[in-house]
Design a protein around this ligand. Structure first.
Ligand code: C2E
Ligand code: MG
Ligand code: MG
Length: 761
């Protein structure tokens, strides 16, 4: 390996600075040697006279050198020998003639420096001076009686001088070694690679560790920046070069840059390079610093970054990453020729039931499986994120038309519908999906649009997808307005009860045996259905106050009718689970019964099957207390929830209300028939009364009679009516839509009044 080329002048000026050899120092040294002008004059005067002595000395001196084999090699070549003799002769001339100025000093330093570099030992150097002084002594003093003594003294003094210099050198090199060893230990501890780069000359030195970090040996690396930069990841090289340049230009206090570098196995590892540059001459820079392997730190950072942007359960992108993906997708849309992008907002139907009934661990397993199935429905390049709970969002990019998103949504619905086996249970899952295009239209947030469409899919019966349209937004606005007005509805007496007859089906007739109180909201002259506002009341908790009002109102009304002649009329009131969750609910019911005078046996409280699934000890306690009061309990909308027959035994129930969705399928849909038949049979076998809901046609009625179902309710008999409207029925002044009926089942006689063509059934 060839040593680096060194600029002697540069080195000498550095040496001068280091030795602090300025004029003052030179003067100080000469003064200590007691040098004065007389000395210079004396030497000058003798110079010429000593010329032959010098020539003779040089001849003898080199003969002596050739005998000492250590240095013989240096002067084997006659041309070199001649050159050396010449320059040494010149030196002696200068020694005697002066002048002893700064140039003189520089010359001496230069010669010393060169000798040191070629390997002339200080002992030999001093030895040569000793021989020279000896020769001059002989020449100047000749046969002086003390000349031999002085010559011997010179030898001893030079021997001592060499020893003194050795001691000084030793102490210095020892200090240097120690500092180097400390440095080396520190480096080993830091585990960093070291590098130094002379920028303009492109000389790069790297340490052993720098190379071994890459699995390389020092020898395999060229000593130029090419061996470094050629290993830098092409994507990172421009930034690295920029960072170096910025530091060299003085724009940064130091170089500190992370980048990837290729190791021996051709894999890229992350490193951190740190350095500072210094100016080492006009337009000359040297940079030196370290390089550390930051692979593990980067991996940890990467892991954290991943964790911050992913859902730990499903491994899908989380909300934070979805936001990034959306903004990237929106940017892409602004490019010309961009194709359509759509968002699917996916929400599992009734997922809460799974969590509540099977536990959260099972719920988690379901979510993981759902995530897997949804992902399988996507095309490469699409994204799926878990938005929260049981909500997922898919971002479908590069669609020919937004309508294509419907195909993917359908695929998802089909895939989710496949039975899911979980710990010996088989679950059937469904989801509702809202689809919205990703537009850059101001004012419409695509996620919100997809969410609105999802809301509509849920409202339309779940397990389906709905595509966003502008009407959904006005509907949502209406909902919002209604919800804010709803808070004041009770105070402003805007609620009203309608009543729908519940009839006993006798052989040829139907009798009103009870009424179901159904809540209506009169808002600015519009009658709003409970389906629209009950969920909002449930959510705000206001259903409790409103429900209590309904209970009190209905009990008083029915008692009033009883007093007016409908003695056996029963009162059905719908409950919210939130009312049952109160520990004092049974006491409240008892108080209302007392206050209104209604017998407990004439009150039926209806609770929907899906609400009852939120089974808690308090609910069970409330239901038992109510049953003890003598109040009867009905399970509403039976057959639509995650029907668990266990509930029928667990709760003190008296009545099953067969949901209208089954009746409406009759007679066309055989499945509805079979389920209705089964529920009616189940009720009979368990000793429960069954009320069929939603009876609208003669065919429905015929079917129920055939099945021996005794009780029914529906538009066929009467729509829900305000109290006054029902009184007209009782009076016989009005008929049911479709037929009239007997008011008092004991008489079994049609009341006087207009007869109906279909009266006999
Ligand atoms: P529900 O308790 O199952 O009440 C029966 C619903 O079916 C009523 O809807 C009724 O108008 C409707 N209906 C009756 N006969 C027929 C028919 O032949 N065909 C069809 N298609 N529908 C029929 P409404 O009044 O809109 O009430 C909806 C639901 O709101 C009720 O279902 C009940 O769950 C809830 N609800 C009503 N009032 C109250 C209340 O005071 N408190 C609570 N918590 N919920 C109530
Ligand atoms: Mg009901
Ligand atoms: Mg119902």
């Amino acid at each position: 390996m060839e040593g680096p080329r060194v600029d002697i002048d540069e080195e000498l000026s550095r040496l001068l600075t280091r030795l602090r050899l300025d004029r003052t120092e030179i003067a100080r040294r000469l003064q200590f040697l007691q040098w004065n002008d007389t000395d210079a004059a004396r030497l000058n005067a003798a110079a010429e006279r000593l010329e032959p002595a010098h020539r003779l000395f040089l001849q003898r001196f080199y003969e002596h050198l050739q005998r000492c084999h250590d240095l013989a090699g240096l002067i084997a070549d006659p041309a070199t020998l001649l050159r050396l003799q010449h320059s040494q002769y010149d030196y002696y001339q200068r020694l005697w003639q002066g002048p002893y100025d700064r140039d003189y000093v520089l010359d001496r330093l230069r010669v010393g420096w060169i000798h040191q570099r070629v390997g002339v030992d200080t002992h030999w150097y001093l030895g040569a001076y000793r021989m020279y002084l000896d020769a001059m002594l002989q020449t100047l003093l000749g046969e002086h009686p003390q000349a031999d003594t002085y010559a011997s003294l010179l030898k001893a003094v030079f021997f001592d001088m060499a020893l003194a210099i050795d001691t000084y050198n030793f102490a210095q090199s020892r200090a240097l070694e120690e500092s180097e060893a400390r440095f080396a230990r520190a480096l080993r501890g830091a585990n960093d690679g070291i590098w130094e780069w002379h920028v303009e000359q492109d000389r790069l030195y790297v340490s052993e560790r720098w190379a071994s970090m890459l699995g390389l040996s020092l020898e395999s690396l060229e000593q130029s920046s090419a061996s470094w930069f050629s290993r830098v990841h092409p994507d990172d090289l421009p930034d690295l070069r920029r960072a170096i340049e910025a530091h060299l230009q003085g724009h940064t206090a130091s170089l500190r840059h992370e980048y990837r570098i290729r190791n021996r196995a051709d894999a890229y590892i992350w490193v951190l390079v740190r350095a500072v540059a210094e100016v080492v001459g006009p337009g000359q820079h040297r940079m030196a610093g370290s390089q550390s392997d930051i692979g593990r730190r980067r991996a940890a950072v990467e892991e954290l970054r991943h964790a911050a942007r992913h859902d730990p359960l499903t491994g899908l992108a989380n909300r934070a990453q979805l936001a990034e993906l959306l903004s990237q997708a929106l940017k892409r849309r602004q490019r010309s020729g961009a194709r359509e992008t759509a968002l699917l907002f996916i929400d599992l139907d009734r997922f809460k039931l799974i969590n509540d009934s099977l536990g959260h661990a099972a719920g988690d397993e379901v979510l993981v499986e759902v995530a897997r199935r949804l992902r399988n429905c996507l095309r490469p390049g699409d994204h799926l994120a878990r938005f929260g709970g049981d909500e997922f969002v898919a971002l479908l990019d590069d669609l020919a038309v937004v309508g294509d998103a419907e195909q993917i949504a359908q695929r998802m619905l089909d895939s989710l519908r496949q039975p899911l086996h979980l710990h010996q249970q088989t679950l059937v899952i469904s989801a509702s999906i809202g689809i919205a295009p990703l537009t850059d239209e101001p004012g419409l947030d695509p996620l919100q649009a997809a969410d609105l469409a999802l809301y509509d899919a849920k409202a339309a019966g779940k397990a389906q997808f709905v595509r966003y349209n502008d009407a959904l937004q006005s509907a949502a606005q209406r909902r919002l307005q209604l919800e804010s007005a709803l808070g004041q509805a009770l105070g402003r007496a805007e609620f009203e009860l309608h009543y729908q007859p519940i009839c006993r089906l006798a052989q040829r007739h139907a009798y009103i045996v009870g009424v179901e109180a159904l809540l209506r909201w009169n808002h600015h002259g519009e009658v709003i259905s409970p389906v629209e506002f009950i969920p909002a009341l449930e959510e705000s908790g206001e259903i409790v106050a409103v429900g209590d009002w309904v209970l009190r109102q209905a009990c008083h009304q029915v008692r009033t009718w009883q007093r007016a002649g409908q003695q056996r009329l029963r009162c059905s009131v719908n409950l919210s689970i939130r009312q049952l969750q109160r520990s004092d609910f049974a006491a409240l019911v008892a108080e209302v019964l007392q206050d209104s005078g209604l017998a407990a046996a004439d009150l039926i409280l209806e609770i929907t099957e899906s609400q009852l699934m939120q089974d808690t000890a308090q609910i069970l306690a409330s239901l038992r207390e109510l049953a003890e009061l003598g109040v009867r309990l009905a399970l509403d909308d039976f057959g639509t929830g995650f029907s668990s027959l266990g509930y029928l035994k667990r709760f003190p129930l008296h009545i099953l209300k067969l949901d209208k969705s089954f009746i409406s399928g009759i007679p066309e849909d055989p499945e509805s028939q079979i389920i209705s038949q089964a529920i009616i049979g189940l009720g009979r076998n368990l000793g429960l009364q069954v009320v069929a809901e939603g009876v609208e046609t003669a065919a429905h009625l015929g079917f129920l009679r055939e099945q021996g179902c005794e009780l029914a309710q529906g538009y066929w008999f009467s729509r829900p009516r305000p109290a006054a409207g029902l009184e007209r029925l009782f009076d016989g002044a009005d008929c049911f839509e479709g037929l009239w009926c007997l008011l008092d089942e004991r008489t079994n006689q049609p009341p006087p009044g207009p007869s109906h063509p279909d009266a006999a059934i």
